[in-house]
Design a protein around this ligand. Structure first.
Ligand code: GCU
Length: 679
């Protein structure tokens, strides 16, 4: 094991444990995770002078963390509930000067401990009526798009903006297990309980993690297990051919089924708590069942069958579309593809298949409607996939706090105001839904995420997966308190104000200076950073805006367009179909309109484009000003890093503004009513 570089502690600096570390704690319960709880408290006590006991002993105690299966002393016994707390859940109470965390399983104890960490001194003040906490999602998972080999274009981490992988380097394990352990600890503290450790575009060495390189995966699993995190693996659908030497990977072939059964058994011999497989099939060149004339239910069920005896799951991605489309062909609509492929298969997937659906129908743009697949498959377990890595949202050079977007997605009600929300679909009626998955934004950067403020997105993802109805601003407060307390000057309120001013609205700011009104893309092809309005317009990727001298936008209506609006249940099928009712921010996703079309806001489309692009840059400049003013509140090197990045954000925002405004001015010939300078 190599010594890690100095690494920023993110939301778990030693000070976060001060309140616990100076107190007397009792930990009651067996098992690996109860051991973790004890060790965490013991480390804190070594630093701050408290003490911790494991197993009943005479008190008094300030904090008792106990499994409900144990004989519970004193106050812990008094607050023991009559009914089950439930998997990974915990009960928190405070009475007669004792804070109590009870859980039915050791994972619940661990999450309860981190709740006490979040509360800090507040956990030891006054009385607290027993409150119960349970995760809304059973699976709260991060997918790493980490390549084992360095890819000539994508590098070590595909769409990674925070340096190299914390797992792999140049085709081999990095061996820095201390860093992996620290990562696991951070994830547990925000509630994540699963990760997949290699890119969904599996590639040669990545594929071998399933067989001769399985030991490398086991080493990661060993380090993450004490934090309640299960390891999953992205596998190639062609594995029977490329690894097993079979002539086919046909999902209905008996030899192929046996091969997967045998390989999977070996995986579980090596990693008994292995989570399962993640599969990107028939997508952007990855192999899949279509090659054999089979569909995606055949493909997913093949792997599910192999995993089933061991309790594993297959995350089968719904990101399937034609990436070799002819741009002249106006009838093919990439937004339609996932629904067209998967909705007819509803009911055909085995129970341990989780269909992993990107939150929007296209590809993680700054603004998309919610994917209609989420409402189309009531007989399938669905996971909703988010992108914490900021591929299309500023690549961790721009501040873009994403939870307000995620919260909108999770709170969206596809069947109308009285219907179920996306969060409930992912959570499942009885907690057995597919859960929430996101592409991780972490790398070997000392701040983990390149942009130090992008740590907040990772933290918030875990917290929203646990409790999707939480206010993003409240999550930001938690993150601020944990990460920055105490502050360099002791002025917590000023620091809090600064970060809220910069981060709360940063997603909308980013939206304002980039692609307008839900039209998407307009980014530099390939790396996806910075503006290039026509960059994708005449390519095979299916991401077009159709701007001409008269207007812009994609007609996805049933009446005159691709018919995509018909994939939604009412009322949305009608709302999106209607030019009058379609929400402004999605107008160009659903409609092709003249530049003079008047929005609900009262502005014309082209004037809206000018206004928002000027405003977005102003907001970025204001964020930089706020940050510069707050230098004294932050650690100098962190402050300097963010300052540099804000300079780049302002530069890039200006470039966006000028290219977008100039493009639409030249196309339309319509001047800015306010007479501002458009180059
Ligand atoms: C995006 C991204 C790719 C990635 C793909 C996916 O298109 O640009 O790098 O492989 O999503 O989700 O599989």
């Amino acid at each position: 094991m190599t010594t890690p570089d100095p690494v920023h502690p993110a939301w778990l600096p030693p000070e976060a444990f001060r309140a616990i570390g100076s107190r007397r704690t009792l930990v009651l319960g067996d098992g690996l995770l109860a051991g973790t709880v004890h060790d965490e408290v013991a480390d804190a006590c070594a630093r701050y002078g408290g003490r911790v006991r494991r197993g009943a002993e005479d008190g008094p105690y300030d904090l008792v963390l106990a499994l409900t299966t144990e004989p519970l002393p004193g106050v812990a016994g008094e607050v023991r509930p009559d009914s089950a707390i439930g998997a990974e859940g915990y009960l928190l109470a405070r009475r007669d000067g004792v804070t109590v965390v009870l859980a039915d399983d050791p994972a619940g104890l661990l999450y309860g401990l981190f709740h006490v960490v979040r509360l800090g001194e507040r956990a030891f003040a006054g009385e607290l009526q027993a409150e119960r906490h349970r995760p809304a999602m059973r699976r709260r998972m991060l997918d790493h798009w980490d390549n084992v080999d360095v890819h000539p274009v994508m590098g070590q981490v595909e769409r990674g903006y925070a340096g190299g992988s914390i797992f792999w380097r140049d085709g081999a394990p990095r061996g820095d297990l201390a860093r992996v352990r620290a990562y696991g600890r951070l994830l547990a503290a925000c509630g994540v309980n699963a990760i997949s450790v290699n890119n969904v575009n599996v590639r040669a060495t990545g594929a071998r993690l399933l067989t001769d390189r399985l030991g490398d995966v086991a080493a990661l699993a060993d380090v993450l297990r004490p934090y309640g995190i299960r390891v999953h693996l992205s596998v190639s659908f062609a594995s029977p051919v490329v690894l097993g030497g079979l002539p086919t990977a046909d999902p209905l072939d008996e030899g192929v089924r046996k091969w997967w059964a045998g390989v999977t058994e070996r995986v579980y011999d090596t990693i008994p708590d292995f989570g399962g497989y993640v599969v990107k099939a028939d997508s952007e060149g990855e192999p899949g069942p279509f090659a054999y004339g089979r569909d995606h239910a055949d493909g997913a069920n093949l792997l599910a069958e192999a995993l089933e005896p061991f309790g594993g799951v297959v995350h089968w991605r719904a990101f399937v579309y034609n990436h070799r489309q002819d741009w002249r062909d106006r009838s093919t609509d990439r937004a339609r593809a996932a629904y067209d492929h998967f909705a007819p298969l509803d009911g055909r997937f085995r129970d341990n298949v989780i269909l992993q659906v990107k939150h929007g129908p296209v590809d993680f743009q700054v603004r998309e409607p919610v994917s209609p697949v989420i409402a189309a498959m009531p007989a399938t377990r669905l996971a909703v996939e988010l992108q914490v890595t900021q591929e299309y949202t500023g690549q961790q050079r721009h501040v873009c706090y994403l939870p307000p977007m995620w919260r909108e997605v999770l709170g969206f009600r596809p069947w109308g105001p009285d219907g179920t929300a996306v969060a409930d679909v992912a959570g499942g009626a009885s907690g057995d839904g597919g859960g929430l998955v996101a592409v991780s934004n972490v790398g070997d950067d000392p701040y983990w995420t390149g942009h130090p403020l992008a740590q907040a997105n990772l933290y918030a993802f875990g917290r929203l997966a646990w409790a999707p109805w939480t206010d993003p601003a409240a999550i930001l407060d938690e993150w601020i308190d944990l990460t920055f307390t105490p502050t360099a000057t002791g002025d917590t309120e000023a620091l809090r104000h600064t970060l809220h001013a910069i981060m709360d609205g940063s997603w909308r700011t980013y939206e304002r200076y980039t692609a307008p009104l839900g039209v998407g893309f307009m980014v530099r092809p390939g790396h996806h950073y910075g503006p290039d309005v026509d960059g994708y317009e005449y390519t095979p990727w299916g991401t077009y805006h159709f701007a001409d001298r008269d207007g812009v936008g994609v007609d996805r209506t049933r009446a005159t367009g691709t018919g995509f609006t018909g994939q939604y249940p009412p009322p949305w099928s009608e709302v999106y179909e209607s030019l009058d009712r379609c929400p402004d921010e999605l107008l160009l996703f659903f409609h092709h309109v003249p530049y003079g079309h008047v929005l609900h806001s009262g502005a014309t489309v082209v004037q809206h484009i000018y206004d928002t692009h000027f405003a977005g840059v102003e907001e970025a400049i204001e964020a930089r000003r706020r940050w510069e003013e707050a230098a004294a509140l932050f650690d100098p090197s962190l402050h300097a890093r963010v300052e540099e990045l804000l300079d780049e954000q302002v530069r890039c925002a200006e470039e966006w503004r000028d290219q977008i405004n100039a493009y639409f001015f030249r196309k339309s010939g319509v001047p800015d009513v306010r007479g501002r300078r458009i180059p």
